[in-house]
Design a protein around this ligand. Structure first.
Ligand SMILES: Nc1ncnc2c1ncn2[C@@H]1O[C@H](COP(=O)(O)OP(=O)(O)OP(=O)(O)O)[C@@H](O)[C@H]1O
Ligand SMILES: [Mg+2]
Length: 467
């Protein structure tokens, strides 16, 4: 079976031209080869190719001229450039002139075949589609972007649960979009014009928790100079979002249970019961069921909060979403920064699909934001992504104020001390950035508040030992 796609390969290296012709013919394309600029331009004049694969450097002309001629003949022709030199200038011009992608040499032939078939698939899609409808073709639900079956299932859950008063527990790794989902539930409920109160259960000192949640009356304790409403009263008729519910102390779990069961509570120091109508959405990145088994979380409270569970899978398990999220963020940040970036190169997307995103959507968003800031082309190429990812790995080479090399191992090193030194530097930096807020610092380092506290205390011991 021969498919009807007509391809032109332009390469002045005869062996490479021959290899590409055979390889692509093996994928059922009709392949013509031009070994210099003159031949190529002649062929392009005669035939409207579906796809032109050209080296950036071509004897007698340039890849850029080939690109322009191909687009002039048929603006729908897909042009892919190959180059051993990843000079950005060529890429800038090529992308701005409408090249589909920029393939670095040496290339992996299977990857090249994939790029070609994807480009051709997109071409047939876009010629079949009404041009106006191309604009917003990423799938989304409210402010949540994603079209993977996993996210579709979550959209359905949101739609089903939003109109009810049922309590919802959202679980998932950090950065998966739990808060976004909580807001969507509120925004699709009858309570949407009433308050949505976010409570970070890990960020409030235990001693203040009760009064923060339930309010206090004047004179209840030193400093209580006037009556103060708690979160529950503020959220009346609306939704309260209890983030990091797994961090709630045992004492507060008891109080919260009472409020959830009776929907009324007494402010600290007060005598009068206050009745409220509040919908509770909680979220955690912990395995709360395991916390119940381990005796850290009350089972009765767990059942009250977990009437409808929504489990958000990590980004690495919903691969189709990486691409649309990336395109969405690229557009968003390009707009904010006044840049004309329209998309990510398909190689950049392949690159992202291979990454595991331990920080999930938050990490992807930050990565794209940095890449947009650094990009000098109107398309994001793998290079700018690589730079950002390398930055993350920099800790392997050195830490602020201290360099170390692996050759040291020959002389013997104290690994424990070394790790503690690194940890100390990171903890200090995180505390500094977050203005000594342990909860914020813990977030920056991907730790739970409990683990942060533990590490800080260990660190103090370590430093005292060093002193
Ligand atoms: N599906 C999505 N579409 C668009 N943006 C998303 C999506 N998921 C997450 N984000 C963005 O990623 C960031 C993190 O999302 P969010 O705060 O909801 O995550 P989280 O699960 O609550 O994380 P954490 O456990 O660390 O609090 C936010 O800026 C959010 O807007
Ligand atoms: Mg959150």
């Amino acid at each position: 079976m021969t498919n009807s796609y007509k391809l032109l390969v332009v390469d002045d290296d005869a062996a490479m031209g021959k290899f590409l012709k055979e390889f692509l013919a093996g994928h059922d394309y009709q392949v013509a080869v031009a070994k210099n600029g003159k031949d190529a331009l002649k062929l392009i004049k005669k035939t409207a190719f579906d796809l032109v694969l050209t080296d950036v450097r071509v004897e007698g002309t340039t890849g850029l001229e080939i690109l322009k001629a191909s687009k002039e003949k048929d603006s729908e022709t897909v042009v892919i450039m190959i180059s051993a030199y990843s000079t950005t200038e060529v890429a800038v011009d090529a992308m701005n002139e409408g090249a589909y992608d920029f393939v670095p040499k040496p290339f992996n032939d299977q990857e090249l075949a994939q790029t070609i078939s994807r480009a051709l698939a997109l071409k047939s899609q876009s010629s079949a589609k009404d041009p106006d409808s191309q604009e917003e073709d990423y799938q989304h639900f409210h402010h949540i972007i994603g079209k993977s079956p996993e996210m579709m299932a979550i959209y359905k859950q949101i739609e089903q649960v939003a109109p009810t008063k049922t309590n919802v527990l959202i679980t998932g790794e950090s950065g998966t979009g739990k808060e976004l989902i909580a807001r969507a539930i509120h925004d699709f409920s009858k309570r949407k014009d009433k308050p949505f109160v976010v409570v970070n259960c890990g960020g409030i000192p235990d001693t203040l928790m009760e009064s923060e949640f339930f309010g206090h009356v004047k004179g209840a304790f030193t400093g209580a100079v006037s009556d103060k409403k708690g979160f529950f009263e503020v959220a009346n008729n609306g939704t309260i979002f209890l983030d990091e519910i797994g961090e709630l102390s045992t004492m507060l779990q008891v109080k919260l249970l009472r409020a959830v069961q009776g929907t009324s509570f007494t402010p600290v120091g007060g005598t009068r019961e206050i009745a409220v109508d509040v919908r509770i959405i909680s979220a955690t990145n912990k395995d709360l069921e395991q916390e119940v088994v381990d005796g850290n979380f009350r089972e009765d409270l767990f059942f009250r909060l977990n009437v409808v569970p929504i489990k958000v899978p990590p980004l690495r398990n919903r691969k189709g979403d990486v691409e649309i999220l990336s395109q969405y963020f690229a557009k968003k940040y390009a707009g904010l920064m006044g840049k004309e970036i329209t998309k990510l190169s398909s190689y950049a997307i392949d690159f992202l699909n291979k990454y595991s995103f331990p920080g999930n959507v938050r990490e992807l968003e930050n990565l794209i934001e940095r890449s947009v800031a650094m990009s000098s082309t109107n398309i994001i190429l793998p290079q700018s992504l690589t730079i950002s990812m390398h930055k993350k790995r920099r800790w392997v080479e050195g830490i602020p104020g201290k360099r170390f090399d692996l050759d040291q191992v020959k002389q013997g090193v104290d690994l424990e001390d070394m790790l503690s030194t690194i940890e100390s530097a990171y903890l200090k930096k995180a505390m500094e950035i977050s203005g000594d807020n342990k909860s914020k610092a813990a977030k920056l380092l991907g730790l739970t508040l409990r683990s942060m506290r533990y590490r800080l205390s260990k660190q103090k011991e370590f430093e005292e030992k060093q002193a």
